[in-house]
Ligand binder design. Sequence first.
Ligand SMILES: Cc1cc2nc3c(=O)[nH]c(=O)nc-3n(C[C@H](O)[C@H](O)[C@H](O)COP(=O)(O)OP(=O)(O)OC[C@H]3O[C@@H](n4cnc5c(N)ncnc54)[C@H](O)[C@@H]3O)c2cc1C
Length: 497
Amino acid sequence: MRSVSVIGGGISGLSAACFLAKDGLDVTIYEKNDTIGGRCRVFQEKGFTFDMGPSWYWMPDVFEGFFTHFNKTAADYYHLIQLDPGFQIILGKDDILLVPAEMEELRQVFEAREKGSAARLDKFLSEAAYKYRLSMTELVKTPAYSWLEFAKAPVFRSMFKMNLFSSVRTYVRSYFRDPGLVALLEFPVLFLGAMPNRIPALYTLMNHAALTQGTFYPMGGMGRIIDAMQHLALSLGVKIQTAAAVQKLNISNGHADSVTINGHTIKADAVVAAADYHHVEQQLLPAAYRNYTEEYWDKKTLAPSCLIYYIGLNKKLSKLQHHNLFFDTDFEQHANEIYTHPRWPQDPLFYVCCPSKTDPSVAPSGNENLFILIPIAPALNDEATLRDVYFNKIITKLETFCGESFKENIVVNKSYGISNFMSDYNAYKGNAYGLANTLRQTAVLKPAMRNKKVNNLFYAGQLTVPGPGLPPSLISGEIVAGQVLKQLKKLKYESAF
Ligand SMILES: Cc1cc2nc3c(=O)[nH]c(=O)nc-3n(C[C@H](O)[C@H](O)[C@H](O)COP(=O)(O)OP(=O)(O)OC[C@H]3O[C@@H](n4cnc5c(N)ncnc54)[C@H](O)[C@@H]3O)c2cc1C
């Protein structure tokens, strides 16, 4: 039985492992932390369950598609519900945009803010649906080694309809003028790690996910996705070793023979590196075998990092919804402080997730579970005193919004930032979401899924194709498994002669 070592037990590593084990390979995941899940891990304290990273469950079709490969459904593992409202955007003191799940209600929200916009929304969303479908069927599941992979008739036919060469900003503003509606339609691409003026309008396909498909939540929390995948992986025979940091990839004659873990050498027929790409290349691989230099990485546009607070409150807050986006400050200035002149933001916009609004299991009765996230530039100086400054800033703002004080009610208070991303995940410059999906960092222009000098070493995860986010990382595991299987067959064939 051929063996594959998977480095990293995040969603991409788990996904790759499941596909490889299904095809009869002997698969072991090596994860440096004590628990798997990577950026989608969970921690528990004083009766609260905190999702440490992702909180938006978008593109349920991608998760469902994954489980279908194994004759399962997501419902075999967790109970998914659609949130209504999906989320709220706080645009100003008295200006709150609630985003309903029902399309007719959403049309009314649009019409109330800008006359004639409901009809334009129909057209906008039908174009977004078209881009989403074409991307999912023709674009997203290729390893992107060459542009030729995209040279398919449906792609050529739709070149102009895909809006590759205009930006999200230009495209959205050609439809809508109301600043609230513009903010609503531009916000989903922030997940892609760059400003709407730098992201191709192709990615308004995210509006199909956000507004037509809707925002979902797995009861019990996002960690349930990882529990489900772990359950599936073990049932397929995958072995999972935690507290097992890979220290070295051992290469001879352009072939990865083994990995070194805690001083032990473990042989493998192929390796899937599903830990941060830069870490694997720069720290685990000898220099001669790297795809990219340090200069290459330094020139890349990273998606933002973030400063997070996990807060347990022994009271309820009535004004919060499950998802709350505080866009009531100067967005351009904060964006400048992330991308153009990286520094700590003066007056940041921020996001608050309050899953206890939906799920009583994530907080003790009568309590509230808060996840507060401030996007920041990667590689900033991450100091405890600064974390205190921002904590006070944001809590004061939240108290004003909620119309009640709650500082005294905080019973759990943990922060997480750049230095934690580095130490927990070996994240380059403390990145949270990998590389920005700008046009110059899309498809073939992303770090490649295969090592060009080591014939049985492949990469998966948010830093390679298709990109950051849970659904793309899940897909990345599927694509890489296909590449490994193909290569192992080829090597077997070659060794027979
Ligand atoms: C704060 C935050 C919020 C997010 N919000 C959302 C959201 O709402 N919705 C969404 O879809 N996506 C969201 N994302 C993005 C999503 O979480 C990631 O894109 C995805 O989880 C990345 O998965 P991965 O497998 O590529 O990497 P990871 O999850 O980081 O997994 C890599 C694993 O490799 C391990 N590792 C590192 N070095 C070694 C080594 N030497 N040996 C062994 N193991 C090693 C790490 O410990 C880690 O477990 C968010 C991310 C963050 C950080």
